[in-house]
Every structure is written in C-alpha cells, then in structure tokens.
Ligand binder design. Structure first.
Ligand SMILES: N[C@H](CCC[C@H](N)C(=O)O)C(=O)O
Length: 274
C-alpha cells in the first residue's frame, strides 16, 4: 500500500489515497503506524476518499495519533489539497472537501501556499461541546485548585485558548493534558497557549487532543484568533507564530468564515504492507 508523508509547519501527516487503493485502518494499527520509533511516525493520518456530497471534490477522514477520528485539521487540509494535486487526483486549484463535520474549501497558490476556508467558528457551549449552560467570553477551568480562564470555540473540532505572558514559559506539558481531558469538555479539547504581541500578531503553542504538543496546529491558530478577536484584542488579519512557522489568519468577525493561509510540503512517498 502506498502513502505520502506530508507536513504543514512541522505538523506531520501520513496521507493515503483510498480511492485507488481501498484500505482502512483500525485504532491499534493507527497507533502503531503513528509511533515515531516503531512505525512511520505522524501527528495525524489523513484518508482521501471519493466525494460524499454534491459539489464537493473529495471527502477526507482525520485520525489522531491515538487512533481516534476527529472532525477537523487545518494543516492537514492544506497538505491534502497539495497531495491530490501532486498525485494527479485533480486538475483543479480550488477544491471543496467534506469532513466529518462540514465542508471546507482550499485554494492552492503559485507560491506553494494554500488558503483554506475553515468555515464559521461556533462559540455555543453545546456545539464546542462544553459543559457550561451559558455562553461566556471566558470560562473558569479548575485544575488542582488553580483556576484557568479560557476562551472556547469549535472549528469543527473543539478548542480552548488561554493567554500567557511568555510563550517560552507556557506550562504546555503540565496544564495542556489537564485541561485537555477536563470533565467540562465531554469530547476532550485542543488547548492553545497564546501570547498576544500586538493586535495583528500572536505566538501560539498547542497541546493537541490525541497527540500532545505539536509543531503547529492550523485549527488551533484559527481558534486563537477567533477568541482573541471576540475579546477585542486582535484585528481581522493576524500573523500566528507557531514553533514550526507562521500562518496568516483572516476573519471578519462572528458569523463570517475564517481563512487560514500557509505552506504544505510533500516529504516522501512510501510503501508499506498492512
Ligand atoms: N493539527 C490539526 C489539528 C488536529 C486537531 C486534533 N488534534 C483534534 O483532536 O481535534 C490542525 O492543524 O488543525
């Protein structure tokens, strides 16, 4: 079975064309393949499938390194667009792709960057989901007696974001898993640590659900900018500095779609027996 290894700012993926080679992986196979010593090594597995909805080009399924399927992957969407182009699965430069929770569109640029319309962020607690009755700008999450104030939003997948003064000192490894698995988030949550540098620039680190801290998180960058803008701390175009590189996020406010632009790199093509 052939696959491609791709990466978006160091968030890395195993990408499989299941159109020309119908395969599927169970949870334990995905966990083994994601291992960086005993397997191929990746943050997420992306499966490219035939379109499932009218006016879409492909469907794609996203699995975290822990083998669980999730709803959205921003860096993955850019890599998927590049993958289907390189593999000759499309002649288009603008694609509509369905995922577990909706339809996104990706536009490939000549400079190698890809812009993804990530859809409209949703702040309603029951849509994130988040066990709070009413919608708030910030929610108090108690971890070992310390109350953290987080913003929360769904980009299709659940995100919460807390502000830090110094990104280098952010307690990602300690607080990330504690909030990520907190009972307030029934489907767990991706946890972003954001340092606001100006109204058009932030630094961000993300402890991802089902993976851990990654070099970049596209949907996490979208979530941080959406929450920062709602709190009137960020403008409509924001550069997001992640450990693996920069993304540009454009968002005209609540009810509007959010655009994410960044690179997508093909690393190698491989063969495995499963
Ligand atoms: N790295 C991905 C996020 C995957 C989110 C996944 N960890 C989840 O459980 O939702 C991105 O670029 O958006």
């Amino acid at each position: 079975m052939s696959f491609a290894k791709m990466q978006g700012l160091g968030n890395d993926f195993m990408v499989v064309d299941t159109i020309s080679q119908p395969v599927f992986f169970n949870e334990s196979q995905i966990k083994k393949l994601s291992d960086r010593h005993f397997g191929i090594g990746f943050d997420q597995l992306l499966l490219v499938e035939p379109p499932q909805q009218p006016n879409t080009d492909f469907h794609y399924r996203i699995f975290n390194a822990d083998g669980k399927e999730v709803e959205q992957c921003g860096n993955g969407a850019r890599c998927l667009a590049r993958f289907v182009k390189i593999m000759g699965l499309t002649w288009k430069y603008k694609l509509r792709i369905s995922t577990l929770k909706g339809v996104i569109s990706a536009r490939m640029h000549k400079d190698g960057n890809v812009t993804v319309d990530m859809g409209v962020p949703n702040f309603e607690p029951d849509r994130i989901p988040l066990r709070y009755a009413n919608r708030e700008l910030n929610y108090a999450v108690d971890v070992d007696g310390i109350k953290y104030s987080v913003g929360a939003v769904s980009m299709g997948n659940p995100h919460c974001v807390l502000e830090v003064d110094d990104i280098e000192q952010a307690p990602v490894e300690r607080v990330g898993p504690a909030i990520g698995q907190h009972h307030l988030f029934p489907q767990q949550v991706n946890v972003g640590f954001m340092q606001i540098l100006s109204d058009r620039e932030i630094s961000l680190r993300v402890f991802e659900r089902g993976v851990g801290e990654t070099m970049a998180c596209g949907s996490g960058a979208c979530a941080a900018v959406a929450i920062g803008q709602l709190q009137q701390r960020l403008g409509s175009k924001v550069k997001v500095h992640l450990p693996g590189g920069d993304l540009t996020i454009d968002w005209d406010g609540e009810g509007q779609p959010l655009l994410m632009t960044g690179p997508a790199e093909f690393v190698f093509e491989g063969q495995i027996e499963i």
